[in-house]
Design a protein around this ligand. Structure first.
Ligand code: H2U
Length: 352
């Protein structure tokens, strides 16, 4: 039998952050596709749409009027999934029917006054204002809440309801599932090895090189060894940093550089605004500020669904839903493809 080659032969990879395995089947890359084809995303978005509730100066359906903002604009989500107050469920009368209180607040952050712009098309300075807003919200909401989740859904394919560039911030009185698992796995790793898991991981990826997409003085962007989504990336600081609000001025600028280059590469892949869900994870806040959280390392995840073209996305169905996540393209192949894409945006290449 031939000797093992990760780019050719099936294998499982372990995700130590989520304590999960992913099945890698690179031999399937050549199979034919005759399944669903998504409609290409509509790209002719007006700069200002008088009917869009996220645009400057417009009245939202609840009667509130947006200011004529010129940079970022943050408002309380008019349809929040978490309310600040409400009656709490009583104690459970059976271990199979447990409920617990859930309070919180939801906000929307518009990145820019224009609807026809996205982060990769914004200047480094403009991206920096978004990062500053994120850090500010982490501080403000983190005073009261256990977890502040910053996330961006980009593209209708990812459930984004509005083309205006924006993200959401949901702050909660509880630790949601994903960070709850990551808190446990990072804590266990730190106790066992005496070093934060993701600080060690970044060091190893710098040595190994084959999964690096981008790097600068402060940041590393890799397709993680355990990636599930075809072009999933993990953005890590090179220094041990617990939370987004702990970044220095220089680190915020160099993050804006990494974000612009990564998102440009994504868009250049199929010459479309590349859809994704992204978000930040760092040490919990609220009551956890007073605890030792050294096991945590700040990181951002990008989960784009596209696989073969602008219209064919990866579905997490069947085996993924019922057994374990599976991918065909290896993380190393995905990283190489991303690394080789230009970091000048295709829309800006024509004009520069
Ligand atoms: P997406 O990030 O999935 O596109 O969601 C946009 C959010 O904007 C969504 O949570 C909010 C929705 O509740 N929204 C308002 O708060 N007010 C509006 O008038 C429109 C949309």
């Amino acid at each position: 039998m031939a000797s093992f080659d990760a780019n050719e032969h099936q294998h499982n990879r372990y995700n130590p952050l989520k304590d999960e395995w992913v099945l890698v089947s690179p031999h399937r890359m050549k199979r034919p596709w005759s399944g669903q084809v998504e409609k290409p995303p509509i790209e002719n978005i007006p700069r200002h749409d008088p009917k869009n509730p996220l645009c400057p100066g417009n009245t939202r359906p609840n009667g509130k009027v947006n200011p004529n903002y010129e940079s970022t604009f943050t408002f309380d989500n008019d349809f929040p999934a978490l309310l600040q107050e409400g009656p709490a469920p009583g104690p459970s009368d059976h271990p199979l029917f447990k409920a617990s209180p859930a309070n919180g607040t939801c906000q929307v952050v518009c990145f820019h006054p224009w609807s026809d712009i996205t982060l990769p098309l914004m200047s480094i300075k403009e991206i920096r204002t978004v990062i500053d807003k994120w850090a500010e919200l982490m501080v403000d909401l983190g005073k009261k809440y256990t977890w502040v989740q910053i996330f961006e859904n980009r593209g209708a394919i990812m459930g984004c309801s509005n083309p205006h560039p924006h993200c959401q911030v949901w702050a909660s009185s509880f630790l949601p599932n994903e960070p709850r698992v990551k808190d446990r796995t990072q804590r266990e790793y730190y106790t066992k090895h005496g070093t934060p898991m993701l600080v060690e991981y970044a060091k190893m990826e710098v040595q190994k090189k084959d999964r690096i997409v981008l790097a600068n003085a402060d940041w590393l962007c890799v397709v993680p060894y355990w990636a599930v989504w075809p072009y999933e990336t993990l953005v890590l600081p090179l220094r041990h940093i617990l939370r987004l609000q702990d970044l220095t001025d220089d680190e915020k600028n160099s993050l804006a550089d990494i974000m612009k280059r990564l998102l440009t590469k994504y868009d250049n892949m199929f010459q479309v605004s590349f859809p994704y869900s992204m978000g930040w994870h760092g040490a919990p806040t609220g009551e956890h500020y007073n605890e030792d959280q050294s096991h945590w390392q700040l990181h951002a995840m990008y989960y784009p669904p596209l696989l073969r073209s602008a219209t064919v996305k990866k579905f997490m169905v069947g085996y993924e839903m019922l057994a374990t996540s599976q991918r065909d393209l290896t993380a190393e192949q995905a990283a190489e493809k991303l690394r080789n894409l230009p970091d000048v945006h295709y829309k800006q290449a024509e004009t520069s």
